[in-house]
Ligand binder design. Sequence first.
Ligand code: XMP
Length: 507
Amino acid sequence: NVLILDFGSQYTQLIARRVRELNIFCEIKPYNKPPEDLSSYKAVILSGSPFSVRADDAPHPDLSEIRGKKPLLAVCYGAQYLAHFGGGNVAPSNTREYGRANLSYIKSDEAFFEGVLEGSQVWMSHSDTIQKLPENGVVLASTHDVEHAAYRIEDESTYAIQFHPEVYHSKDGKKILENFLVNIAGLDQSWTPDAFVDMTVSELKEKIGDDKVVLGLSGGVDSTVAAVLLHKAIGKNLYCIFVNNGLLRKNEFQDVLDQYEHMGLNVKGVDASARFLDALAGESDPERKRKIIGNAFIEVFDDEAHLVQDVKWLAQGTIYPDVIESVSATGGPSATIKSHHNVGGLPDFMKLKIVEPLRMLFKDEVRRVGKSMAIGEERLGRHPFPGPGLAIRILGDITPEKVSILQEVDHIFIQGLRDWGLYDKVWQAGAMLLPVNSVGVMGDERTYEKCVALRAVESTDGMTADWVNLPYEFLQKTSNDIINKVPGVNRVVYDISSKPPATIEWE
Ligand code: XMP
């Protein structure tokens, strides 16, 4: 296990991802709340930071239990921190030290730089520079502008680099991390999806014993993988609940239910469509729609959880990005734990003990774990779909007629993407029903009907996104199909806005 101490760099999560890609487990902790017991960590990495080490309010962690006792890799701010407080000197740099640079000198006989050649491209992002190395520092690499691009401390397993090995543009960054973690720290690369499954299943068995667990399935990747892991551990004592809120895609409720049953999960499908649609009647405000749906879900889930006798645990598909405590640039450590459903007074199921088997995994790792448990591509490769479903794709108030129009339109669009081999090239796609009627002519008749917008985006995490350049022939065919097959729609537009500023959902 590797400890990454976070000083607030925007790249800290990337360090963790690179380490995990090397099949080595690691955890991120805020520098000012380090773990009390360090014994399980075989190596420590210090992250970068938006601070200057020379600032009074900069992070000044106590490394006395780490330095010289465990292999230590200090990145960027970390490297400056060791220099500044170790007898060296850090000063504002007078040449540009952002972006691409090449290692012009490398001490290539060092295990740290094994396989890394002179000229290797690295990525810099710092405004201070290390003018003088700390005591016992030995320079290991330089660039044209940065003499102390990498150094180590004599007689310690302490290494420091000014550049960022975690970013894609540092071409040998992953190799350097591997050299440090494997050659120097002696870690083995055994953190594989299969190993995770074995370890988690036995931990779950131990933790839960013969207790009963309820879990809300959404059809999405995270809840599905969590369910399959728990099912492996406790079998029929896992009670899954899959709620139809009436805002799912066409046929989604039955299709997904069938797939879950096929996987051997103990699933109860609860059709609460009417309850959700009644609660939403007349509501047009996007945030109030979300709240109504969140509350209705809690009520339905609470009722259903009560039907399971003696249930002790609530399982959730929470993943690592939701639980990482990180240091924000503006203040102390902040817990960024998502709370989807903010309501007064806890429902009974919230009083259950919580089990979250995926809380240490990134999204792509969840997919890999799912794959190693033979969960099919139709679940793992599914586009993200928002919890409030079509409610936030029907602009304005929601009626059952609008839901069914949008389900038909969405179905034609998504099925078309699949038929044309485009589905996996798109990160997320869907259709919006606009609160606009426009004039058309069909046969000899004047029409005055609805307009739909199609949206398809590429993204990695949904934080930023760009519209996808779908083939004109595909758009043409899709538009034709929609207008010919879906009564009530006479106009189709394609959304060509990026995020930011336009969000992926229109509401
Ligand atoms: P936006 O519209 O903010 O969406 O660009 C980013 C990602 O989040 C999804 N999304 C939601 N997911 N509840 C959810 O579970 C919501 O209320 C919600 N709103 C947006 C959206 O589909 C996209 O993947």
